[in-house]
Design a binder for this molecule. Structure first.
Ligand code: NAX
Length: 327
């Protein structure tokens, strides 16, 4: 039998955890022939809830779920893991400044980076979902010096999927007609959802949409603020769509991207398109054989450049706020 892939999920008893674990156990990441072992990390007060989630996983009798580990110790959760989905994070509480939020999360992602460095399998790949995702990812990466930095990524796939849906709806086409959408920069409201390099039914999206004011005044802010709009409507932050995007991110990394399209991934900055070095920046990437590559040769307008500069600047400011945690 194929040997199992070990997947760590942190924040496993949280909302996204509850939406993602069943899909992983069902085989959504690696296909119907690949067994998995779930290694679930929580904080002590959430261990009882995690036991309940594990009972439900057991009650599904998933054929591919070979084993489960439930723990509040990152050293146990990351033992021999091939994939680490870092979802658990400290939410912003009332009156908390951004610097305090960054610091509180640094206190989570520094030790998790160290534990990954000590215990993960040599092929480990990491996806950070917990916010502020890019900077949390930077902290984990910098505290795991023995793991190649390119194995650390943060999630902008939810924003990417949101952008596809908005463009499809505006153009009156199925989502499958929309390709080459990009989310640039930070997973925050400074992100740049780029419709200018996208295609709809093989034609440039701006030509098909033919409404530049809509792109600038409706599309971009709608995607940037969609998370807040979901909270406003649902009373809770995006969970099933975030879990779905995390599944998509890993699927793309594992299986590759199809010809004629790309995906958005926040990765260690390559400096491409004049982006700042030393941060985790979201780019358009194509993926083959588990290796991603930033799409080259896109011509950027002054508007594109200004948007990239703004989100890059925010990432530099976030980094400055947690500099002492960078190992
Ligand atoms: P929840 O508050 O429902 O769950 C978080 C879970 O993490 C809790 O069960 C908590 O006990 C656990 N946790 C906290 N500290 C931990 C630690 N040190 N080790 C292990 N577990 C720990 O939040 P949920 O809705 O699941 O969201 C999780 C994170 O995803 C949040 O930071 C959220 O902001 C972020 N998101 C990121 C998105 C993205 O696109 N990158 C989109 C969705 C989501 O907002």
């Amino acid at each position: 039998m194929t040997s199992p892939i070990r997947v760590a999920v942190t924040g496993a008893a949280g909302n996204i955890g509850y939406a993602i674990l069943f899909r992983i156990a069902n085989g959504d990441l690696f296909g119907p022939d690949q067994p998995v072992i779930l290694q679930m990390l929580e904080i002590p007060p959430a261990m009882k809830a995690l036991e309940g989630v594990a009972m439900e996983l057991e009650d599904c009798a998933f054929p591919l779920l070979q084993d489960m580990v439930l723990t509040d110790d990152a050293n146990v959760a990351f033992k021999d893991v091939n994939w680490a989905l870092l979802i658990g994070a400290r939410p912003r509480s009332k009156g908390m400044e951004r610097k305090d939020l960054l610091g509180a999360n640094g206190a989570i992602f520094k030790p998790q980076g160290e534990a990954l460095n000590r215990h993960a399998a040599s092929d480990v790949r990491v996806l950070v979902v917990g916010n502020p995702a890019n900077t949390n990812c930077l902290i984990a990466m910098r505290n795991a010096p023995d793991i190649p930095p390119e194995r650390f990524t943060a999630m902008t796939r939810l924003d990417h999927n949101r952008a596809i849906s908005q463009l499809a709806r505006k153009a009156g086409v199925p989502v499958t007609a929309v390709k080459k959408v990009t989310i640039w920069g930070n997973h925050s409201s400074t992100q740049y959802p780029d419709a200018y390099h996208a295609e709809i039914n093989g034609r440039p999206a701006p030509e098909v949409i033919n409404d530049d004011a809509w792109i600038r005044e409706t599309f971009i802010p709608t995607v940037q603020k969609r998370g807040a709009a979901v909270i406003e409507a649902r009373g809770q932050s995006s969970a099933a769509s975030a879990a779905n995007a995390a599944i998509n991110h890993v699927q793309s990394w594992y299986h590759g991207t199809p010809p004629g399209d790309w995906v958005s991934m926040a990765i260690p900055s390559t400096g491409a398109y004049d982006t700042p070095e030393g941060v985790i920046f979201s780019y358009p990437v194509t993926i083959q054989n588990g290796q991603y590559q930033v799409v080259e040769g896109l011509s950027l307008s002054d508007f594109d450049r200004a948007m990239l500069a703004a989100t890059g600047q925010e990432l530099l400011e976030e980094r400055a706020a947690i500099e002492e945690m960078l190992g």
